[in-house]
Ligand binder design. Structure first.
Ligand code: NZQ
Ligand code: ZN
Length: 383
């Protein structure tokens, strides 16, 4: 096990009706004027926005609405939010939504305290060291942004998507009522399941040995998602199913399952290129890329992939043909993604042949280092 620092100060307030505490939680943080950040309208339609605004105002705290965060959130929109924060004297940011909304709030939070342009942080020429206080009311189990140290934004002008990472951008609190995810379209539920599994896959596939506890944690989390993911689609109002997936989303990406080991974000890095180019859903891209990445790297990492196949997918180990054991697990993963309604080929995802060259231009990976030629072959395997 490698040395690590794990700092996750977010207060998670989990369960039915917990959004009713949002005013008190904002007051605890010393808020006097809250910018309520939301997306394209799901929280308006569900009535959640009106309720939350009222809960905050009931505590004598002023509010300003800021809607319009898009999936694959735009830095251009974040800049607008920064202007409003400065103009209105806002001192707290509350995101109501998923990763795109929370990342918009985080982007505003770091940008409002910086004299330069917020995109500097995403060029990685500068590291954020401070963020305005951010809280979140989560409406989709997926990105884990509610507990993560990451913020991912698109830059429309540059056609680039980029992440910035620092512990200072973890939210102060996250309110997580599984009932708020009932209204999700099945496609978004599925995207979330894939993303949650991907965050764990990327921490599980590590060259670091002797991390038994964390390995078992990862395997249990993945098995739980395999069991409950399809139930969330077939039985969307099942509280306990939604609740377990929601908590798994936090565990998967607040780094509980990643400490003490080298991680490998190759699939995310590849997907980010696709997301920036086509504005497609994050989980959908991962569903297509992950099995292809596995197929490309497993031969150099057989012990880990055999363990994965047997412990996560319950494949019987064939000592005469270990590769068949691994390939069966990858087949089951792809079939699982397909059963959730996810695209599993590049064509289904909408990736065009003529764009592949451009999409290959990156160097990624720690489990196995990959350059443009390797990534081209991963795309071949994803056809
Ligand atoms: O915008 P609204 O109208 O709210 O609709 C959203 C959006 O269209 C809808 N939705 C969310 N909750 C709903 C709902 N519709 C009905 N009922 C509800 N309860 O779902 C759509 C997708 O929302 P989005 O926030 O984009 O989803 P997700 O949480 O999957 O976030 C994806 C974004 O997070 C980034 C991704 O790159 C992507 O931009 N990520 C952020 C991470 C982080 N900050 O730590 C890590 C992740 O790996 C990921 O990269
Ligand atoms: Zn993700």
């Amino acid at each position: 096990m490698n040395n690590f620092t794990f700092y996750c100060p977010t207060k998670f307030v989990f369960g039915k009706d917990q959004e009713k505490n949002v005013g008190k939680l904002c007051a605890e943080q010393g808020a006097t004027k809250v910018l309520i950040v939301y997306g394209g309208g799901s929280v308006v339609r569900s009535g959640l926005l009106d309720r939350v605004r009222q809960y905050i105002q009931d505590e004598g705290i002023a509010t300003v609405d800021f809607g319009g965060a898009q999936p694959n959130p735009r830095v251009e929109h974040v800049r607008e939010g920064i202007e409003i924060v400065k103009r209105e004297g806002v001192d707290f940011l509350l995101a109501i939504g998923g990763g795109s909304v929370i990342d918009t709030a985080k982007g505003i939070g770091i940008g409002a305290l910086y004299d330069g342009d917020v995109w500097d942080y995403f060029l990685r020429t500068k590291n954020p060291t401070v963020m305005m206080p951010v809280g979140a009311i989560v409406t989709i189990a997926a990105s884990g942004s509610e507990g993560s140290s990451s913020c991912v934004l698109n830059n429309d002008a540059l056609k680039v998507k980029s992440a910035c990472n620092n512990d200072c951008i973890r939210p102060r609190f996250a309110i997580m009522n599984p009932e708020l995810t009932y209204t999700l379209p099945a496609y978004q539920t599925a995207c979330g399941v894939v993303d949650i599994m991907m965050h764990t896959h990327e921490r599980y596939f590590t060259p670091v040995q002797d991390n038994e506890f964390t390995d078992e944690f990862c395997e249990g989390l993945l098995r739980t998602m395999i069991k409950l993911g399809p139930k969330a689609i077939s039985d969307p109002y099942n509280y306990n199913v939604r609740a377990q997936i929601m908590w798994a989303g936090v565990m998967s990406h607040n780094n509980t399952v990643g400490v003490g080991r080298i991680q490998d974000s190759a699939c995310h890095r590849i997907q980010v290129m696709i997301g920036a180019k086509y504005d497609s859903a994050h989980g959908a891209g991962l569903a297509t890329i992950c099995p292809a990445w596995m197929k490309y790297v497993y031969k150099n990492n057989m012990p880990r992939f055999i363990r994965y196949a047997t412990k996560v997918w319950g494949v019987d180990y064939d000592p005469y043909d270990p590769e068949a054991t691994v390939l069966e697990a990858i087949r089951r993963l792809k079939e699982f993604n397909h059963s959730l309604g996810m695209p599993v080929t590049l064509a289904e995802l909408g990736v065009k042949d003529e764009d592949i060259d451009e999409l290959c231009q990156l160097n990624v990976g720690h489990m196995q280092e990959l350059g443009p030629d390797d990534i081209r072959q991963i795309y071949e395997l994803a056809r």
